[in-house]
Design a binder for this molecule. Sequence first.
Ligand SMILES: Nc1nc2c(c(=O)[nH]1)N[C@H]1C(S)=C(S)[C@@H](COP(=O)(O)OP(=O)(O)OC[C@H]3O[C@@H](n4cnc5c(N)ncnc54)[C@H](O)[C@@H]3O)O[C@H]1N2
Ligand code: MOO
Length: 476
Amino acid sequence: MDPHPTDQVSEVHPEPARPRTDDRAAPPGGPSSDRWTVEEYRHHVLDLVSPLRVEHVDLAALATAAPARRILADDVRSLLDVPRFDASAMDGYASHGADLATASAASPVTLRVVGDIAAAPLAEHLAGSSPGAAAPAAPSIAPSIAPSNGPGVAPGEAVRIMTGAPVPGGCDVVVPVERTSTRRFVPGAPLDARIEVYEPSRPNIRRRAEDVAVGDLVAAAGAPTTARLVSAAASAGHATLPVHRVPRVAVLSTGSELVPVGTAPGPGQIPDSNSLLLAACVRDAGGTPVRVGAVPDTAGALRAVLDDTAPHVDLIVTSGGVSAGAFDVVKEVLTCPQGPGGDGPSDVRLVAVGMQPGKPQAAARWRGTPMLGVPGNPVSAYVSFRAFVRPAVRRLAGHPHAVEPLVERVAAEGWRSPAGRQQFLPVRFVGADGVAPVGPGAHHVSALTRADAIAVVPPEVEAVGTGDTVRVMVIA
Ligand SMILES: Nc1nc2c(c(=O)[nH]1)N[C@H]1C(S)=C(S)[C@@H](COP(=O)(O)OP(=O)(O)OC[C@H]3O[C@@H](n4cnc5c(N)ncnc54)[C@H](O)[C@@H]3O)O[C@H]1N2
Ligand code: MOO
């Protein structure tokens, strides 16, 4: 498996400049007295990670394998002209536009049909599709017509041609079949020897390189490998694309009360739903989740799991054990690292973030691997993932915009928000542009399943009024 963080490439932060004081980095009262804003803590989290190294991946894999979107690491330029040759845009007859200048229903122009061009044969397309290959010559036609750009069809002559086929030399228009005496092509019917044309024709020719020329930019570094981008790269002659490696993100839950999902919980026990929640969130953020499962609340067990996991992943996410309890094991292993041989953690931050929910957060490196601890409460865990972990996964994956923009909606009903804390409230969409709280129990996991978005209310706002503009994180 790849070692990290040596394969994280250096980067320039796209984030706006932010306050960086020594106070913030090392608060005078020690980590536990630290109180940060959401933005400060997110900046700190993003400082722990860098975009992963570049690899070249087949277009077919990019089109079919997970994650659905990877991030281009370099600009992609076309290796081919698109279209590769002057091509007919219609089924019809290639001919000389000047011949048709006087054509009318009353006085049609007659052309002699001297050949037939189907779309270029498959073998020719294949031969011509390798990067840098010359455009194919005009296809064989009967009787023979000189290739594209050569002396081809003479004035007064026409060649039957199908959409997409190379236009023979000398021709500057393709008259659609329905505008000729042929009316329509019948499969198997012999070629008309002569046709009549009743009006002048538009060119109906797609010119070589009119879409993209060799060397033109197809997509810029930082673009996601969407279906459109992958197909544009294929048209432009590429077989692979340079993308950032997919982040491997370990997900583990802490808590002696947890039982594996599907196991009947005994007295005082609960199913470990967070490891599924966080794993799916990692996948949705563009990472590969590595589920470690639940670890009991003992420092030795957690240290052993972290030691085993850290060398194989780019980021570790833990749930639970970060508040003030007597068994808050994440906090314990980060603040009392000196277990037997324990030299795991560095850059430890145990912070209270001014947010609701999600106040207690932990960030560190475990033997060099970035590690983020989110609270155990499932709604807190989800909100914390969206606020901090998802941006970190996106940065590792090479996204130029690690933090996604919020979307503006209108409050269809009002609600209260805690003073001095940024509120993350599950809301549902109402009408075309409204949102409303999902109802009582916003702190319960059932609220999340009913939510379309999480409203993000600034710390200074204590009440959202009906009709106020609110900013939301959409739940895709
Ligand atoms: N004295 C104080 N107590 C608490 C404070 C505080 O400041 N002082 N903060 C509270 C806040 S805010 C939160 S949030 C929680 C965070 O607690 P932990 O992160 O230590 O989480 P746990 O105690 O381990 O778990 C809390 C709760 O969440 C559920 N849970 C946990 N793990 C899972 C899982 N894997 N799957 C599903 N559900 C899980 C479970 O019900 C736990 O009871 O602390 C407050 N306390
Ligand atoms: O701030 Mo905790 O995360 O209640 O909900």
